[in-house]
Design a protein around this ligand. Structure first.
Ligand code: PGA
Length: 255
């Protein structure tokens, strides 16, 4: 069975002292967790400090984005090589805030994803529809476009290393969580897309996280769904107690 994976997306939050304190708190609180993979993704500028604080713990570190080129003349960008150098294992890619606020395409996400895989890091690829797209009945089309576009050119071996996060945009930071049934329906369809494109073995192995207002109070029900293998957590990842509440919910579910 797929091992649960709970990742915190800290977004553009916290200062240095708060980020380090949160990491130290998690290191302690999560020390006995052996049933799930755990990671936190701070802002670029605090990754180094957080990675230092988490040394020797079972909490991994990731970035929230990267650039696809190797080191060179790309003012303002951060390479995968740099992320690896400071202790990152994961990189979130194609988050809806990057797609819809910054304007990133699936094509650009695809380039970044290939660079992350080439460096031996693990991409967490976000896909998800907006409210008006769901209301227009376009949920499956939007997710398929983001899926095929962001994963173009990958081999099945590459795909085995990818984590997908299904994040309905209307549920992110809004308190409007998808019902377990709504989430499961899309997760099952995403798994079918993986099977169609990469084969059944890969589809059975790839972890699909749910993201969008996941909290300790709704995590167990979501994580109990057959195709929900973890969570990508925003707001609730900013406090040790709420993040741990979600991690603990992964223990009680058959994933
Ligand atoms: P949220 O964010 O948990 O605050 O809704 C999730 C995400 O955007 O990854």
């Amino acid at each position: 069975m797929r091992r649960p994976f709970i990742a915190g997306n800290w977004k553009m939050n916290l200062n240095r002292a708060e980020a380090v304190a949160l990491a130290e708190g998690l290191k302690q609180a999560a020390a006995a967790v052996d049933y799930a993979d755990i990671a936190v993704c701070p802002s670029f500028v605090y990754i180094d400090a957080v990675a230092q604080a988490l040394k020797g713990s079972n909490v991994g570190v990731g970035a929230q984005d990267c650039y696809f080129e190797g080191n060179g003349a790309f003012t303002g960008e951060v390479s995968v090589e740099m992320l690896k150098d400071i202790g990152c294992t994961y990189v979130i890619l194609g988050h809806s805030e990057r797609r819809h606020i910054i304007g990133e395409s699936s094509e650009l996400t695809n380039k970044k994803l290939k660079a992350v895989l080439a460096a031996g890091l693990i991409p967490i690829l976000c896909i998800g529809e907006m409210l008006e797209q769901r209301e227009a009945g376009a949920t499956d089309d939007v997710n398929a476009e983001q899926f095929f576009g962001s994963l173009a050119g990958l081999t099945s071996d590459d795909m085995k290393k990818v984590v997908i996060a299904y994040e309905p945009v209307w549920a992110i930071g809004t308190g409007k969580v998808a019902t377990p049934e709504q989430a499961q329906e899309v997760h099952a369809k995403v798994r079918q897309l993986i099977e169609f494109r990469f084969g059944k073995d890969v589809a059975d192995a790839v972890r699909i996280q749910y993201g969008g207002s996941m909290k300790p109070g709704n995590a167990a029900e979501l994580l109990a769904q057959a195709d929900i293998d973890g969570g990508l957590i925003g707001g609730a990842a900013l406090k040790v107690d709420s993040f741990m509440g979600i991690i603990e919910a992964a223990k009680t579910t058959e994933l």
